[in-house]
Design a protein around this ligand. Structure first.
Ligand code: NAP
Length: 287
């Protein structure tokens, strides 16, 4: 059976490690803040590596789940001395397509492969192993590691060469921004109309405007609970990546970047992205 190690045990990585463990794949974990790795190692009985290089030396597949481009560059550089020829790294973080291509190029001289494997489905999706995964890199490598990735995601689609997984994730993040804008604005409008928002969410969720975000975040946001979930600062980072890709005007991206920056400036960057409701309420004079 393939041996897998996980680097980055945050909201996403910790659940991924647990799912890999339950399926018998997990052999080692490493996290920058040691206490998180210690907790997971205690819970699962798998080894806590002393460094990314030590982890990479003992496994066939390294799975990474860190915050942003520079963090991924740091962990890939740190694991390079240990990576096995014939080994693979599957990165589930959301970073730019250019960074994904650079990481693939960095691993190539070691005889190791890199797959950009960003995911969608949130903390609920990762806990249940029901993510959607969009993969860039060599298809034969994906097919080799697919049994391990299948413990995390019910949908795994090969998109094309290195970077195309991340480009697909950018599409997803632009769409998520538009949905966040629509749901928060519509519910703040409903509040300003004096409607019972629980009833609004129940009935709208059964019609043509039904969507995952409304069903999973609607009731908590109208109750003023913005527990992450997906942090404002992380979605801001993703949208900045979309913006940096250039190309056509992206008005939804620009508006959401500006709104999120206001939330971050007010100290709400670690809240769930549904905290956008705070701004919409103010703009609509709700409450
Ligand atoms: P998170 O809870 O903030 O965890 C981030 C993890 O990255 C932590 O383990 C952190 O280590 C590690 N890390 C950050 N910088 C590092 C560095 N320079 N060196 C080593 N480790 C570093 O974030 P998350 O929600 O799990 O998200 C992880 C990635 O998945 C992000 O790219 C995010 O955009 C993407 N994503 C998130 C969601 C979601 O719903 N949360 C959904 C899809 C995709 P420490 O413990 O030391 O801080």
């Amino acid at each position: 059976m393939m041996k897998v190690g996980v680097i980055g045990l945050g909201a996403m990585g910790a659940s991924m490690a647990m799912n890999l463990h339950l399926a018998g794949f997990l052999r080692a974990v490493w996290n920058r803040t040691r206490s998180r790795a210690q907790a997971l190692s205690r819970e699962t009985g798998v080894a806590m590596a002393e460094s990314p290089a030590e982890l990479a030396a003992g496994v066939d597949l390294v799975l990474t789940a860190v915050s942003c481009d520079s963090d991924l560059e740091e962990v890939i550089n740190a694991l390079l001395p240990g990576v096995r020829p014939g080994g693979a790294v599957a990165d589930t973080s959301t970073v730019s397509a250019a960074t994904a291509r650079a990481m693939a190029a960095a691993l190539k001289p070691k005889g190791a492969a890199f797959l950009d494997c960003p995911v969608s489905g949130g903390v609920e999706g990762v806990r249940n192993g029901r993510l959607a995964m969009m993969v860039g890199g060599e298809e034969r490598v994906l097919e080799h590691v697919r049994p391990a990735l299948a413990t995390l995601a019910t949908t795994i689609v090969h998109m094309g060469p290195s970077g195309s997984g991340q480009a697909t994730k950018a599409v997803n993040q632009i769409m998520a921004a538009g949905i966040n804008q629509a749901v928060t604005e519509a519910l703040a409008f409903g509040e300003s109309m004096g409607l019972d928002l629980t009833k609004v969410i129940d009935v709208v969720s059964q019609g043509a405007a039904a969507n995952w975000y409304l069903s999973h975040r609607g009731k908590t946001m109208v109750a003023g609970c913005f527990e992450p979930g997906f942090k404002v600062a992380l979605h801001h980072k993703d949208l900045a990546i979309c913006r940096a890709m250039g190309g056509p005007p992206l008005p939804i991206v620009d508006l959401t970047l500006e709104n999120y920056q206001r939330l971050i400036d007010r100290g709400y960057g670690a809240e769930d992205i549904s905290a956008l409701y705070r701004i919409k309420r103010e703009q609509l004079g709700a409450g």
